[in-house]
Design a protein around this ligand. Structure first.
Ligand code: ZN
Length: 360
């Protein structure tokens, strides 16, 4: 009960890449880089285990960015042809590569990572892939002419990849779809279908992560424009509840999401974000517990998975370790309370039954 997990990314150690930065360049090259990525993965598996995280991630130490880390191994993309594009509904402007032909995987993209991480992770292992809609919002298109069509093409590639990772022993495959919160109507019209296509036939646990972005300035500024209540989830949760995905990962800590919206996910497991990624202040276990208790007004303990709001990648390494520990400790507090209250409830029931029998 209350198995803990993380959204996915964790900071890169300063000897691997420039710290506290998204899209940070590698600090070493060649075979030394490959070894450094593996070393960093080991550190994070151990840190998560020590913090009491039940479903661990490799921390995305093998990729510079969660979307381009997949795309750079695909055919049909021209990396020289950069297009300046407003992404996540113009929240930030980036130079993105351009799709110029049918997309395909050049090879199995993440198998080597999973082969390395799996035997080192005694607990359950999660692997994150970008969702098809978010990919389409992070690349320019000169070939498909339609986002839904391009999303389906990427969904097929993601599905091939996910099936290979599942066969290597990954317990959970998570698709990251922050774009769902920016294009709610598109999510309902075709984004959820593309997500289903990406997860088609998977027997492992499947998840979708929908957040309000990393704790960087552009996202913090955007959140200020969203008003006193963030109701984006309200538009997309009914479609996600109908989807084949098992788990939905969302942002709850310090967010203005009305928690009753969780009630729209009545058939899904809910990854409750109880760690804020937009501040370096480390939560206390009690704060984490309070977020979990508030969310659990709308979801049973059996379907609740304490998690982080988003990836911790841009945060200082020490802060991230502190936040992981707070998450593990906060979940432990609530687990203890639940056990106690269940015990006392079953005790009372027992007493009542005894009294009944006595009357007879
Ligand atoms: Zn996120």
């Amino acid at each position: 009960m209350l198995e803990t997990t993380v959204a996915g990314s964790l900071p890169k150690p300063s000897w691997l890449a420039e710290p506290e930065k998204l899209w940070a360049a590698w600090r070493v090259q060649g075979e030394e880089l490959e070894q450094a990525k593996r070393d960093a993965t080991l550190i994070w598996i151990k840190e998560q285990e020590d913090a009491g995280i039940d479903i661990v991630s490799g921390g995305e130490q093998f990729r510079i960015h969660f979307v381009h880390g997949f795309l750079e191994h695909c055919n049909g993309i021209d990396w020289e042809k950069k297009t300046r594009m407003g992404i996540r509904d113009d929240r930030y402007v980036v130079d993105v590569p351009t799709v110029t032909g049918p997309v395909g995987r050049k090879y199995s993209i993440h198998s080597a990572e999973v082969r390395f991480a799996r035997p080192h992770a005694p607990n359950k292992l999660k692997f994150t892939l970008p969702g098809p809609m978010t990919i389409c919002d992070t690349i320019a298109d000169e070939h498909y002419g339609s986002r839904p069509e391009m999303a389906m093409a990427f969904a097929e590639l993601l599905n091939e990849e996910a099936k290979e990772l599942e066969a290597l022993g990954v317990d959970t495959i998570q698709f990251d779809e922050p774009a769902f919160n920016a294009f709610m109507q598109d999510t309902v019209e075709w984004g959820a279908d593309a997500l289903n296509r990406a997860a088609k036939g998977l027997k492992c646990t499947t998840a979708v992560h929908i957040c309000y972005g990393y704790g960087i300035k552009e996202n913090i500024d955007w959140k200020k424009t969203l008003g006193s209540e963030w109701r984006q989830y309200e538009e997309i949760f009914p479609a996600l509840n109908r989807s084949k995905i098992d788990q939905v990962s969302l942002e709850c800590a310090n967010s203005k999401v009305p928690l009753e919206l969780i009630g729209l996910l009545k058939d899904k497991d809910v990854l409750v974000g109880a760690i804020d990624v937009a501040t370096s202040e480390v939560e206390s276990p009690e704060q984490v517990a309070a977020t979990l208790r508030a969310a659990m007004e709308f979801v049973d303990p059996e379907r609740t998975y304490p998690c982080t709001n988003c990836g911790l990648a841009p945060l200082p390494r020490g802060v991230s370790v502190g936040k992981l520990k707070a998450l593990g400790a906060g979940a432990k507090l609530v687990r203890k309370e639940l056990k106690k209250s269940r015990k006392s409830k079953s005790g009372k029931k027992h007493k009542k039954e005894k009294a009944k029998k006595g009357k007879k």
